[in-house]
Design a protein around this ligand. Structure first.
Ligand code: ASP
Length: 452
């Protein structure tokens, strides 16, 4: 293929997103999708489901080894426990700050618009809530009793804790651990390569994921809940384009326009998978290769953010609380709203970035302020689409904070940030095997066999 005809992966993924939306909506609007019908069974819950699910599995497959190796490299790369502590506390503070801004703005705007007033509708959809885990449990669970089990479960905070401690111990062992550290570096590079391979099929997978979601979308519900959906999407966009960009500019001085352009790929993956956790490999790749954040910072801030930073989810909680309080005619008062803010920020720390977890967190908030949990049934039908949008916002927040912290620590390559071409993946390149390298490797293996 000639140079001019090559298309970057991002463009292909965006085309997949667009086509998936059109096909999914067409299936939905034309009512081609009766439950149990041919399209429902073989297309939406057949091919689309299969392709999408396999891809999300492939992304999840990368998360644990990638986080483990990149964090070991990150810790050894920083090489200084004080700096490590500073990166940790700065990112924690910024994550809390952006989440607090998000939910405060959400409650403010939702209260002013008065959404849900006079709706007085009781839902017959049941939603089983969850109780907030005590803060002590959240803190205790950071330390794994068995790191292998935490890895098997994909629990991020214990994995982060163990990997950091492992990295620190390697540094302390010093020269003797050199080979191990180098091994981790090579393993990290191999995992990054694996990210590229998995991403090469992303355009088709994104198509399947979006087409399935759109085909199953409750369009009639969207219209019915127009007030809630409109305010929620409005505040999410406001946070993404205004609040987060102000934070980025103020704390790092970097151009928001470049940031917004470069973050697109990660946003599309977050949108399609509705999971910050599954998007970790893409976010990590985007902030390191496209934005110039050093792995020593990103390897920590990205998985940490995917777990504890959920601006979009906090916004949903703020808007949903006001909406449902209005529907049920409950006056929460200032103390009630302050409790909601505090609870949302805390709930985001203890819960993982996986699809639908926002609703579970919302039920914890409701239980705390005394709103009826069954009210959540009202917004259940539109939650998948809202989840997709808020996950894109969550991941953008992780990238903003990663960039700010890296810039502040001098672990940032501005030339990468400014170069529009940096880190762009070309699909053929992603899965290309260099013949020269292959030959060299075969020769090297042959030589070791001969000398044996
Ligand atoms: N799906 C979101 C995430 O992974 C969490 C949520 O709001 O449900 O970040």
């Amino acid at each position: 293929m000639s140079e001019e005809h090559k298309m970057s992966l991002t463009s292909k993924v965006l085309i997949g997103l667009l086509l998936g939306t059109i096909v999914g909506l067409a299936i939905n609007v034309l009512a081609l999708n009766p439950l149990g019908g041919f399209i429902d069974t073989y297309v939406v819950n057949g091919v689309f489901y299969l392709v999408g699910k396999m891809f999300v599995n492939a992304l999840k497959m990368l998360v644990v080894p990638l986080v483990l190796f990149s964090l070991i490299c990150g810790v050894c790369g920083i090489g200084n426990i004080n700096t490590l502590g500073r990166v940790g506390s700065k990112s924690f503070a910024l994550y809390m700050l952006t989440t607090a801004i998000a939910i405060s703005v959400a409650i403010g705007i939702a209260a002013v618009t008065g959404i849900g007033k006079g709706m007085n509708q009781v839902s017959d959809v049941k939603f089983a809530g969850a109780d907030a885990p005590p803060l002590t449990d959240v803190l205790i669970s950071i330390i794994p009793t068995n790191p292998v089990q935490s890895m098997a479960n994909g629990d991020m905070l214990p994995l982060i804790f163990f990997s950091i401690l492992l990295g620190i111990s390697m540094l302390m062992v010093g020269r003797k651990a050199k080979n191990f550290i180098e091994g981790a570096e090579i393993a990290n590079e191999i995992m990054m390569k694996m990210v590229n391979i998995v991403m090469a099929v992303a355009p088709y997978a994104v198509f399947a994921l979006i087409a399935k979601s759109m085909a199953e979308l409750g369009i009639d519900l969207l219209a019915h809940l127009a007030g809630y959906v409109g305010v929620l999407v409005g505040v999410l966009l406001l946070h993404l384009f205004i609040s987060l960009m102000i934070v980025l500019k103020v704390f790092s001085g970097l151009s928001p326009a470049i940031f917004l352009k470069k973050i697109r790929n990660a946003q599309v993956f977050a949108f399609s998978t509705a999971s910050s956790n599954a998007t970790i490999p893409v976010t990590l790749r985007t902030v390191t290769k496209r934005m110039g954040v050093d792995n020593s910072v990103a390897s920590f801030t990205v998985p940490f953010g995917a777990t504890i930073n959920m601006d979009g989810t906090a916004i949903m909680q703020g808007v949903a609380t006001v909406f449902i309080a209005n529907v049920y005619n409950v006056d929460l008062g200032l103390v009630g709203y302050l409790t909601v803010i505090l609870m949302s920020v805390l709930a985001s720390i203890g819960t993982a970035g996986v699809p639908g977890v926002g609703l579970i967190m919302l039920s914890m908030v409701f239980a705390q302020v005394g709103l009826p949990i069954e009210g959540i049934g009202l917004i259940l039908g539109v939650d998948r689409l809202m989840d997709m949008i808020r996950t894109a916002v969550n991941v953008s927040g992780d990238a903003v904070v990663s960039t700010i912290v890296a810039k502040g620590e001098g672990k940032f390559d501005k030339s990468v940030y400014l170069d529009p071409e940096s880190g762009i993946i070309d699909t053929e390149e992603a899965i290309h095997i260099d013949e020269e390298v292959e030959k060299e490797l075969a020769e090297a293996i042959h030589k070791t066999e001969v000398t044996k």
